[in-house]
Write a protein that binds this ligand. Structure first.
Ligand code: ADP
Ligand code: ASP
Ligand code: MG
Length: 435
């Protein structure tokens, strides 16, 4: 019997009725002959509320305790889901990450999965039950609770699907992956199929619909992810291995990442090993850095700048100030309220002119570019946070990514009327032929 793993995000289980709707969807899959595992997020904005609560009692809550707290959100929903299924006459059992042996490293608030023991899940599936697993959480080898980072239930989904060799469905509040966040870009278009690499870029560059580590996992184990709307039965977006025809499209999507900070280290002595020391120290403090740019100022001194997520700025500031105190003349500057707008597409490997088109669109909109970084299949510009949504819209338009809008100008009205007349004529002709 084939297995399907279905993940439901926070908005898709936000209240009792939505929990029942998700349960009904699982039952439909069972009736279609599949064994069903559900991966569930915390209800609605629960995780945000718990974070807020933590900050009401401490301005710098210990990360271990943060994980202990946040993991409770998912535990509420899994048991409610099991109750809903039982009430509908379907045997179900819920598990926390610890109970199904989802073991992670000990990097609290952004732990990585080391291994999963799916034997318990298999046993319960074979006993005819729907198995419900708490997303987002894990445990270390010694049983300490961890979490996988915001949006981490996606990672749980793919990790479990890969371990079980199952189909992988991600139910969310949009009916697929769009060419840009449809909340910011109203004319964004749903993508039918997208490659792992493009999705990985878009997720890393801010498309929060999927966690980038979930896509990484899916690529590594070649698990296609189907992103679908929990409120619709339509086909969503398939994230799959790249096929040759995908290169025909130059840019597949645009993304916006907000809440970034740029750190600039000046008067960095230009000698072997110093960059390694800077980034080793940051990595040891579990700070993820991106967009590193080094410029030589004199033959002996360089400027090094990089971005970090705003949440990591306090820790990064401490590390950089310590490094400066140990290196004569080196200074650190910290800027916040920054965002990053990007475009991605595997077609960039073979098409030219992408960067120019992106920069021109931003210039026309009067948006200043602070930094530029590129990868083989993406181009990103750091901009002021307040320009973010506008930048996403103009870049999206510049590559013609959106749905074609029906423009009601005088000439299109005339054309539509002409088409209608032609249609009438055609109908008449057909009828005339029949008779
Ligand atoms: P869930 O809680 O179901 O995991 P999320 O809120 O994490 O849902 O992710 C879904 C949201 O991702 C959408 O509501 C949408 O605003 C946002 N999003 C950002 N970029 C994209 C994109 N390219 N396509 C679709 N949704 C996107
Ligand atoms: N509940 C967690 C969050 O809000 C994990 C998730 O929903 O994927 O980030
Ligand atoms: Mg999510």
């Amino acid at each position: 019997m084939s297995i399907v793993v279905m993940k439901f995000g926070g908005t898709s289980v936000a209240d009792a009725e939505k929990i029942r709707a998700a349960a009904r969807r699982a039952i439909r899959a069972r009736k279609a002959g599949k064994q069903v595992v559900m991966v569930i997020s915390a209800m609605g904005k629960t995780t945000d509320r718990l974070i807020e609560l933590a900050h009401q009692v401490s301005d710098n809550p210990p990360k271990r305790e943060m994980d202990q707290l946040l993991a409770t959100g998912e535990q509420v929903t899994i048991s409610l889901m099991a109750m809903a299924l039982e009430k509908m006459g379907v045997p179900a059992i819920s598990f926390t990450a610890g109970q199904v042996g989802l073991v992670t490293d000990d990097v609290h608030t952004k732990a990585r999965i080391k291994h999963i023991n799916v034997e318990r899940i298999r046993r319960e599936l074979d006993a005819g039950k729907v198995v419900i697993v708490a997303g987002f959480q894990g445990v270390t080898e010694d049983g300490t609770v961890t979490t996988l980072g915001r949006g981490g239930s996606n990672v749980t989904l793919v990790a479990i699907a890969a371990s079980l060799g199952a189909e992988c469905e991600n139910y969310t509040d949009v009916d697929g992956v769009y060419t840009a966040d449809p909340r910011i870009v109203p004319n964004a278009r749903k993508i039918g199929r997208i490659s792992y690499d493009e999705m990985l870029e878009l997720s890393s560059l801010g498309a929060s619909v999927l966690h980038n580590r979930a896509v990484e996992f899916a690529k590594k184990y070649n698990v296609p992810i189907h992103v679908r709307g929990s409120g619709s039965n339509r086909k969503g977006t398939l994230i799959v291995a790249e096929t040759q025809d995908m290169e025909r499209i130059v840019v597949s999507g645009a993304a916006l990442k907000t809440d970034l900070a740029v750190i600039t280290l000046r008067n960095v002595p230009d000698r072997p090993g110093l960059a390694a020391r800077i980034f080793h120290t940051l990595a040891a403090a579990k700070i993820v850095v991106d967009d590193i740019i080094q410029t030589e100022i004199t033959p002996k001194l360089a400027t090094v700048s990089f971005t970090v997520d705003l949440v990591d700025l306090p820790d990064a500031r401490k590390v950089c100030q310590q490094l400066c105190s140990k290196t004569r003349g080196m200074t650190a500057e910290f800027e916040q309220d920054l965002a990053k707008v990007s475009v991605a597409g595997v077609g960039m490997r073979v098409h030219t002119g992408v960067a120019e088109r992106m920069f021109a669109a931003l210039a026309r909109a009067g948006i200043n570019i602070r930094n530029i970084t590129t990868s083989e299949i993406a181009i990103s510009c750091i901009i002021a946070q307040e320009d973010g949504p506008k930048a996403l819209r103009v870049v999206h338009d510049a590559f013609g990514l959106g749905r074609k809008r029906a423009r009601s100008t005088k000439s299109t009205r005339k054309k539509t009327a002409k088409r209608r007349n032609t249609a009438k004529t055609t109908k008449v002709t057909k009828r005339a032929r029949k008779s």
